[in-house]
Design a protein around this ligand. Structure first.
Ligand code: KG4
Ligand code: ZN
Length: 336
């Protein structure tokens, strides 16, 4: 079964063709350069960029693969969760194609897409497994029981971990996105230099909280500045490195603890780490040191937002006879 996938839930515009469990082509346009000057994703600008980029990317996909829309078996599009304006662009585009070519249309849960990306990356992977989804938009622990069932068993009660990386980087005067910047400078710092809080570490659940850490870093910077630096002076490089390393360590301590606790409590050995933060080198190092589990770290192009994962869910749904009509609407708060 050949499915066209469309993903526009946040700041990646993506189209893909997937045949059963194989990627024919997966094109991703990242809007990061557009949002960089604002220090974060601006929803209205994201929607406008999707509107501009999606038709171009779609034509590129058709030219590159030589696949005719007449030959696809269906069209899968992200319906949520995500930014409403951004989702609307993808859903409207998909509806237009479905109507023009008379193809079945299916709306896909973006989170389920992230789970299915792992079947593309690891064809041998079978449930049950635990997923730690760590990106700029989500911090979730999912229990995947079968290919049809998953449960969100943990989530951040405030900021997503990628968001925390980005906000802390900004406090430290580093660039956007902050995750890769912190990852880089933290290598030069001492992760024990500052004892930052590990919120919810000892709670008997699988939830996270990261907004307090950002505040703790802010207070530490204010304390360090007091009497020594003016508000506009740059923090010394060694201090920035120590603050970055210590804040990163605090976040990773909680992530590793909670995801292994979730796996242990549910008697599951396989753990998948997905989302942009999965690229973090210290997180990867810490997982290597953690015994008793089998960790799966999909390649970055499959664990950050992409349309191949959406098309892959589409294959599953369409094979089971599910489809949506042209009344399909985006569901920005759609989770399970
Ligand atoms: O999944 P993703 O590419 O996109 C969305 O969130 O939609 O994740 C982006 C997030 C950003 O917050 C970025 O700072 C973070 O992932 N990130 C990292 C690293 N690379 C990207 N965080 C920590 N360490 C990294 N090496
Ligand atoms: Zn995502």
């Amino acid at each position: 079964m050949l499915v066209l996938g469309i993903e526009t839930s946040c700041d990646e515009t993506s189209v893909a063709l997937v045949e059963d469990n194989a990627i024919v082509e997966n094109l991703v346009y990242s809007q990061i350069e557009t949002h960089r000057v604002f220090g974060g994703v601006v929803p209205e600008i994201a929607a406008r960029e999707h509107l501009k980029r999606l038709p171009i990317l779609f034509l590129e996909l058709i030219q590159k693969t030589n696949v005719k829309l007449e030959d696809v078996d269906g069209i899968a599009v992200t319906k949520g969760p995500g930014l409403i304006g951004a989702l609307l662009v993808g859903v409207s585009f998909a509806k237009g194609l479905a109507l023009r070519y008379g193809k079945p249309l299916v709306g896909v849960n973006h989170i389920e897409g992230h789970i299915f990306a792992n079947y593309l990356a690891y064809p041998e992977l079978k449930p049950p497994f635990i997923v730690l989804m760590v990106s700029g938009g989500h911090t979730l622990i999912l229990k995947v029981e079968t290919t049809e069932e998953f449960t969100i068993i943990g989530r951040s009660v405030d900021d997503a971990v990628g968001e925390a990386f980005d906000k802390i980087a900004r406090l430290l005067g580093l660039g956007y996105p902050g995750g890769p910047e912190i990852d880089k400078v933290a290598k030069l710092g001492n992760p024990q230099a500052f004892q930052f809080p590990r919120p919810k570490f000892h709670d008997d659940d699988y939830d996270f909280s990261f907004s307090g850490l950002k505040t703790a870093v802010l207070y530490e910077i204010q304390r360090l500045r007091k009497g020594r630096l003016s508000d506009t002076d740059k923090l010394p490089q060694e201090i920035v490195a120590d603050l970055a390393a210590s804040a990163q360590e605090a976040m990773i301590d909680v992530l590793v603890h909670k995801v292994t606790k979730a796996a242990r409590d549910h008697g599951i050995e396989k753990i998948v780490i997905a989302g942009g933060v999965a690229a973090n080198s210290r997180l990867r190092e810490r997982l290597k040191e953690t015994a008793g589990f089998e960790f799966f770290l999909p390649p970055l192009e499959l664990c950050s937002d992409n349309a191949a994962m959406i098309a892959r869910v589409g294959v599953e749904l369409l094979k089971k006879g599910h489809s949506d009509d042209l009344k399909l609407e985006p569901e920005p708060n759609f989770f399970e």
